[in-house]
Design a protein around this ligand. Structure first.
Ligand code: UT7
Length: 332
């Protein structure tokens, strides 16, 4: 079997923070630097009462409605987040309660590759368990983990959620819809390049740990950049090979939205024109596991992605993790 996307949704906080805000609060940066070096112009930031679970539930509810379903039809729920609602229980449990789900649910923390991991795991469990439908959500409140004084991270990330419903397709012919090929990977030797070390088992939060700033995300930007371009190229090529397509056969490329220069370099190496690439990071910044499903749902809603199109999605992030999925769009 294959899993096809039949519903989609997204949720973004109302609060818009433009680049100029960081200048205004006295951070040593400029709107020009941020937009030239990253492509980001503004991002959304969760306000009071908004959290990873509330954004996830809003996006998931829209996805279930757009699939023409009610929550009782969902047989599995994969929740991708690197900014969980709280340590225990997993965020999926809290979102399940908001939606009225009673199926299996679990969290996935593979950072910006989380949504891609979620798609692949959900398809595999649907096949193994004979399930007809699954919900996959990527939701993040990155703003809560950023050091407001660190210009290397605070300007990059934003908050939001995206969700899809997967449904079983038994047509595995060349023209059939659903996931055609995928690749997942992780190089843990690069874990220290992008991390938040405080608040876990190794460094429980104490006054000293908070004083040291270990509760904030840190990133070696240049090295992450270098590895990201290589990971996108290698992973996308593997997924396309397994799907039996070349880049000429990709109608839309939906990459993780981290930096326009990373996306442009990857497109050059993959021979995919920017005109066939979905980019929205100018408005949302890097929303980690949420970035691909947000970009995907926008491109479907505005009519760019149509039935029969072949879509390539690639994510990469902390771990370092990466993942790609090639999928033919349409209902089974
Ligand atoms: O989704 C997870 C994966 N994350 C990513 O993919 C992020 C990957 N990395 C990046 O996007 C880029 O590396 C950054 C946007 C983080 C940084 O851009 P860069 O072109 O790699 O800059 P850099 O770190 O090489 O720094 C260039 C200069 C430095 O100054 P000097 O040493 O040349 O005087 C930095 O101190 O820019 C300076 N700089 C800034 N200046 C103004 C660094 N951040 C800023 C800033 N505003 N916000």
């Amino acid at each position: 079997m294959r899993a096809a996307i039949t519903g989609w949704g997204r949720a973004l906080p109302d609060c818009i923070v433009p680049n100029s805000y960081f200048e205004e609060i006295g951070l040593e940066t400029t709107d020009a630097w941020i937009s030239e070096r990253t492509g980001i112009r503004e991002r959304r930031v969760a306000g009071e009462g908004e959290s990873t679970a509330t954004l996830a539930a809003a996006a998931a509810s829209d996805a279930i409605k757009s699939a023409g379903l009610t929550p009782d039809a969902i047989g599995l729920f994969a929740m991708a987040t690197t900014t969980p609602e709280q340590p225990i229980p997993h965020t999926g449990a809290i979102v399940s309660d908001s939606l009225g789900l009673r199926c299996a649910s679990f969290d996935l923390n593979t950072a910006c590759a989380g949504f891609i991991y979620g798609l692949v795991i959900a398809q595999s469990l649907m096949a193994a368990g004979g399930l007809d439908r699954a919900l996959v959500v990527g939701s993040e409140t990155m703003s809560r983990d950023l050091d407001p004084r660190d210009r290397g991270t605070v300007i990059l990330f934003g908050d939001g959620a995206g969700a899809v419903v997967l449904e079983r397709s038994d047509d595995d012919s060349a023209e059939g819809v659903g996931i055609l090929g995928w690749d997942l990977g992780c190089d843990g030797s690069a874990a220290g390049l992008l991390e938040l070390s405080g608040g876990g088992s190794k460094l429980p939060l104490t006054a000293e740990v908070l004083e040291s700033g270990a509760q904030w995300l840190t990133m070696a930007g240049q090295e992450v950049f270098r590895r990201a371009v290589r990971a996108v190229q290698d992973s996308a090529n593997l997924a396309m090979e397994r799907a039996g397509v070349t880049s000429a056969g990709i109608d839309w490329f939906v990459p993780h939205q981290a930096n326009t220069r990373i996306i442009e370099s990857a497109c050059n190496r993959l021979h995919i024109p920017m005109e066939r690439t979905v980019v929205n990071l100018d408005r949302y910044g890097n929303t980690s596991a949420a970035s691909i499903p947000i970009a995907l749902s926008e491109a479907v809603d505005d009519g760019r992605i149509k039935d029969g199109d072949v879509i390539l999605m690639t994510g990469f992030g902390a771990g370092m993790t990466w993942g790609s999925v090639v999928l033919r769009w349409g209902r089974p």
